[in-house]
Every structure is written in structure tokens, then in C-alpha cells.
Design a protein. Sequence first.
Length: 477
Amino acid sequence: MQAEVAGNYIDEKAATITAVSNRIWALAEVGLHEEQSAQYLADALRTEGFDVRLGAGGMPSGLEATWGEGRPVIGFLGEYDALPGVSQKALPLREELSPGSAGHGCGHNLLGAGAFGAVIGLKREMEARGLTGTIKYFGCPAEENFGGKAHMAREGLFTACDACLTWHPGPLNFVRSAASLAVDSMNVTFRGRTAHAAADPHNGRSALDAVQLMNLGVEFLREHMPAKARVHYVITNGGGQPNVVPATATVWYYVRAPQRGMVDELYQRVIRCARGAAEMTETECDIELLDAIWELLPNTTLEKVLAECMARVGPPRFGEAEREFARKLSESFRPGQREAFLAAAFEGAAAVPEELGGQLLNDTVVPRVEAAAQPRGSTDVGDTSWCCPTAQFGMACSAIGTPGHSWQFAAQSGMGIGHAGMLQAAKVLAEAGLVLLTDPATLAAAREEFARRTGGKAYRCAMPDGFKPPFHQLANK
Ligand SMILES: [Zn+2]
């Protein structure tokens, strides 16, 4: 490791960084409601000498913390939103921490605390070396559902950076070069007329009928969509009980495609299905956009920096307690889940690296992978990546085969497995930050690649001016 001062400081502060992670893990606040998590991080950053601003991007849980002066400006992205329904104790058996509540089934407590560890370590390194430059910690709300980074991007927070770095907890230590899908998220609410469903159904105009006909329209549309597009929905309000013709009904849609422009087009076609359904059922329909984010623009120059830094820093160090926990937990995995995960992670690569054959906890550094052609999900890191060169890596914080967004993931995010990965991720980020602060040629190459990939297309937030994040959509439970 070259950023030795940073590495030593991260070790010295391991208890504090872990406490931040555990606090966020126990709070388990869902997207746009992470006020206490953000506040806790804000206090911790202030204690370390950062200038802290809450309310970034027009969200109470949005956070921007700054230290240093002048260029380059290097941003580090943190997240801390939980997922509904996966509350879990730090045990290898299913046991809810708070029944029916949210939990950190994607490890964003580790993500936020790991990036915190990186900036406090890097600050020490810069002080020791007398480096000029600015480091920023961005606390980004609602990655899982409402694209907090897009709101922060609209404020210009990322265009003000020379580069941004982040990471994500997962089962593997590697840089996986993968794009993501741009997405629009919206509520479609139909309004009809209620009636007694048996006595005078002819007087009713069912909003639920409209939802079903819209969905049917979209199912037929599916055949004529671009192959890599993805559309899915849930009915969040389908009426009260069967003997009342529903006067209102709501369906929540995601429309995804590999490029922002494709989503814009497909969104209009889905809306046509809604309007057609309203016409058929003599109902009215309202469309409420909830979130609109961009696809990820990869930056190979930065990805290589991250891969080199990870090779220097090394993998997380797991002890016997962590191995035993992983072994017990893996009894809850479906047969073949581990193999299926590895096949998917390395789809498009020559083969699954041999070294992973017998590993349950990944304690080696896996070479950088160019991912398969079909992007799997969406992330609001996409919006950041259109504002400045951006890259991310994965660090092992869960056993190989752990399902995504699961109680098993939540369990590991609150104990030694997650903590070991988080502390190592903090060191990799700090190491990469030092490279970008001290090697102008690499930073210039990353910026050149960024200019080439954007093709001169300027970022514009896909949400209309004056758009407010949908604080009402999910309750914090
Ligand atoms: Zn996540």
C-alpha cells in the first residue's frame, strides 16, 4: 500500500468506522428517510474536521462533506438506505431484528461507513504529505428506489468534481466493468366511479379494470420493445374489498433500457397503454414520475486504477468466526446458488477464475472483469458517471451465493464478514484517491476517456425542473 498513513489511520479508527456502520445498520432507514443515519455520519465527519452540509440535492438525508482546497477535487460516494422487509439480526438463521421492518439487505450501511473511512484516512495522508486538493464525501440518499444522486447531480455537485469513486459490498473482491440500465419509475393512478359491485355494477367505472387493461397492454407491447429493455410493475392500490367497484387504483412501474433516450421513448409508449386503458374504462389517469436516472458510463482508466489499488491493498482478512458464520449461513442457500451466482458474475468472461472454486468467503483479489452485454440492474451512480469520470469496485462482505437484497445479506452487513470487507474497501478507496491526487497524467487520461465516451453530450437530469423527490412513496418502517 502506498497510502500508508491512510491505511494506518483506518486501522486506528476501525472501531469508529465500525460503530458508524453498526449504527446505520440498526437504524435501517429506507430511501429518502435516512435522516438519522445521515446525521450520525455528519457528526462523525465534523469530528474529523470536514465541513458538512446536510440537505444536499433538496433531501434532508443528502450530505456533502468537504475537506481541503483547490484542484483536483475527488468525490467519494456513500449510501445508507435500507430495504423494506428484510430486518434481520446478525445471526446465520432467519430472525428479525424488528418484525416487518427494513434491513440492510444490500449492505449500504457498509457502503456509507466504508467511504467515510476512506475520506478520513485520505485526509490524514494528504496532511502528512502536504498535498493540495479537495476531497468530498457525498452521502447519497435513496439509491435503492428514488435516485438521490440524480437530485444531487442536478445541483451540480458532481460536475464540480474531477472524478468520483465508490464501491459496493458483495461476495467478490473485484472490479467488474459493467453498464447499467437507465430507468423511469412512475405511479399511474386511475380514477373511476364507485358503485355496489352486485347491486348496480353498471353505474361503476372500475379503476382496477383500468390498471389491469394497462398492464395487459404493456404485456403485448413487450414483444415490440428493444430486446434489452425491462418493464415491471406492482399494483400498490387495487381497491378495498370486492363488493365495492374501486374508484381509485394505482400501479407502480419501472421502465428500463440501456440508454436514457431509449427509456424516454419507451416511457411514452407505456403511457399510451395507460391512456388507452383509461379510454376503455371511462376513467381518468394521472401519471406521477417518481424517479428518472441515467445508465452508467464506465471509465476503464479509473477501473484499472481501482484494480491496481485493490491488488496492492489486498483482500479482506476473515477470521475463524467469520468462516464459521458463513458456513452456517450457507445452509440456507438454495442448492447450486453459489455456482449460479459465479456463472452470472463472470458471464461474458472467459471462465470463472479457478481460485474461486472452493471459496465461500472470497479472500483473494479477482482480476478485473469485462461484464456481459446485458446490464442487469440500474443505479443512480449512472447520473454521477455522466457528470465526471466515475468508477466503482466490489469488496467481499458476504459469502459467495448470498442472494441479493436478502436477510442473509442483512445478517452479514451487521457482523465481522461485512466489517472486514468494509475496512478493506476504505483502504482501496483511499489508495485510489491518493493516485488521483498525485498522478495528474492518470487523472487527465480518465477525463479524456470521459470526454470521448460522452461524445460531447452534456448531462441533463432526466427529472423535470422543480421536481421534488417522492418522500410520500415509501413509509419508513
Ligand atoms: Zn446496493
